[in-house]
Design a protein around this ligand. Structure first.
Ligand code: AMP
Length: 215
């Protein structure tokens, strides 16, 4: 499947993407994970992106399009991909449309995951992430804690609260989402690709997607 996952930070895009990869081997492509990996590795990309990310601002479109142009041409994308956290602005969506046309790739749909703001806020404040750049498993202190406190179940690395998950950065990220990313819902509606799923748990979103794709 070739999907875009839309939705505010904390809507569950990453969790849904991980569940969908298990269905047909499509790969999850999270620009946030790629950028955090680059920051940790201290690459040029990471150095450029770090300040924006800490503040909860978007990284410039040109940097993101450079990442995506390369990533979408890697062989593992042939089975399908789940775009998680990209596109995030109208210029990114337009550039993606051009890039996909150039590569001869057709999207199945853009899935908007709708979750109420109070649920999002609560989730983001209680979310914890594995600090190992190759893992980045997501936990929640209330609903999905690690078996051993502070230690990732999957790889044994430390599980931390992300620097952009302080209350201040979270509210800034949500403002940025409303201003810059939510217009993508109208964009994909016009493209005839949008489906909206209102759901509080990721399994319900996955079932909605399967139903729409006839899986
Ligand atoms: P995420 O893990 O998707 O919430 O992304 C974490 C941070 O990475 C965001 O707050 C942005 O600073 C940056 N980022 C991730 N994806 C994008 C994107 N498509 N465009 C611009 N910035 C992004």
């Amino acid at each position: 499947m070739k999907l875009i996952l839309l939705g505010a930070p904390g809507a569950g895009k990453g969790t849904v993407a991980k569940l969908l990869t298990a269905i047909d081997g499509s790969v999850q492509i999270s620009t946030g994970d790629i950028l955090r990996g680059a920051v940790q590795a201290g690459t040029e990309l990471g150095k450029e992106a770090e300040g924006y990310m800490k503040r909860g601002d978007l990284v410039p479109d040109s940097l993101i399009m450079g990442i995506m142009e390369n990533r979408l041409q890697e062989p593992d994308c042939e089975k399908g991909f789940l775009l998680d956290g990209f596109p995030r602005t109208i210029p990114q969506a337009e550039a993606l449309k051009e890039l996909l046309a150039k590569l001869g790739i057709t999207l199945d749909m853009a899935v908007d995951i709708e979750v109420p703001r109070d649920v999002i806020l609560d989730r983001l404040c209680t979310r914890r992430t594995c600090e190992n750049a190759d893992c980045q498993a997501i936990y929640n202190v209330k609903s999905n804690p690690t078996r051993q406190e502070g230690i990732c179940d999957k790889c044994g690395s430390r599980v931390i609260q992300r620097e952009d998950e302080t209350e201040e950065a979270i509210s800034h990220r949500l403002e940025t989402y409303n201003e810059k990313t939510s217009p993508l819902i109208g964009f994909y509606e016009k493209e005839g690709l949008l489906i909206s799923i209102e759901a509080l748990n990721s399994d319900a979103v996955v079932n909605g997607v399967k139903e729409k794709l006839g899986l």
